[in-house]
Design a binder for this molecule. Sequence first.
Ligand SMILES: [Ca+2]
Ligand SMILES: [Ca+2]
Length: 152
Amino acid sequence: MSLVPTFLLLGLLMIFPAQVSSVTYINYDLWNVRYLVSKYPEPFDIAKMNERCKVAGGYLFEINSEGEQWMLRDFLKLIGFVHNIVYTGVTDLGLEGQYYHYHTKKPMTNIVWQSGQPDNWQNKEHCTNLKEHGLNDIDCHRNARYICEIPR
Ligand SMILES: [Ca+2]
Ligand SMILES: [Ca+2]
């Protein structure tokens, strides 16, 4: 292989994953709702990710029942992401300690927190990630995955 195609190939390998990440999800289809879990970690921004979910026809994941929380937890287990950071649409941005759903702005209820959470660590944890044993509050700008919820 000549040098030129090698460099082209390396360039493509470096650029391609970043371009694909914004539009690549793992689908979890139920009869009345579809969940999309982003395949690759990227710098989280709650407004930007919620806009992406809107483009897909939905919004950032809203947890409306314990059943829904554990169902998504089990799905993250199934696809091997349960020990990675995966953001939800639950936040206390602007309302410290009062958690609400980012898209509908409705107060959050029926959520199981992980033991010791939310701890608002260093007064900078205003987003949440779904963990194996409950929800955790976390910094809003980690490099991580997120979940969209798409009503059908
Ligand atoms: Ca907080
Ligand atoms: Ca926390």
